[in-house]
Design a protein around this ligand. Sequence first.
Ligand code: SAM
Length: 273
Amino acid sequence: MAGILYLVGTPIGNLGDISPRCVEVLSSVDFVAAEDTRVSIKILNHLGIKKQLVSYYEHNQAESGPKIMERLMAGESCALVTDAGMPAISDPGEGLVDLCVKAGIRVVCIPGPCAAVSALALSGLPTGRFTFEGFLPVNKKQRGEQLDELKAEKRTMIFYEAPHKLKATLNDMLTVWGDRELSISRELTKLHEETVRTTLAAACEYYAANEPKGEFVLVVRGAEETEHVISMDEALELVRTLQKEGKSLKDAVKRVASDHGLSKNELYDMAIK
Ligand code: SAM
């Protein structure tokens, strides 16, 4: 009989967040697949668990995934852990789960801390509908395009960010979206944990004078409902005006769709008819 893949959530800072079920599963599996074996050995040592660790991370998953699958198919059970938080959430795991699903291998989640969900719950912003965006692309053009796409997003948005990129990210968000409310959570569950409810403009000003330190989650309020929903004819009129000003059809459509929360494809189809 095939084994089971356990997705085991581990702490995002505070070892006190290790659950009894996490300990039970780490103790009972045949082996542990870890994003960084040097990080995970510390948790296993802390728990007094001796277990074989194999490496499974972003750049070796193509070779490591099939090897783990072979062992699962042969009946062994595996716990997948990452450096912090939930596997598969901006961390390795999604590919391995996909392989298991396709091979009919059972996957069980042992839920643990997740920085995104913790920051969202702390934000004070609407939690009923939200979108998790993970890390924005590093490439400036792709980053701009993604922010542009999110301009009309009404749901609360969650982003992960590294300290050395925080200032640029906040500035880019302010430039593309204008001022918005946001909640910045830093070093969750750790000694210097802090959550500040502020605005993009105030945060840009603060971090221009204070160097960001630690790990960050940004939770940003979605776009306001547009009071006046424009008709397709009005939107096409705006597209034509932008074209007369020298914009290409594609850029004009993208801009109008983003400014008014319309479907880019639908507007483009209408414009070329
Ligand atoms: N799988 C993890 C989870 O479930 O949250 C996320 C891993 S991702 C590679 C790492 C990012 O998560 C960090 O750059 C930061 O944005 C966020 N993060 C992780 N731990 C955090 C913490 N203690 N406080 C704030 N943000 C944290």
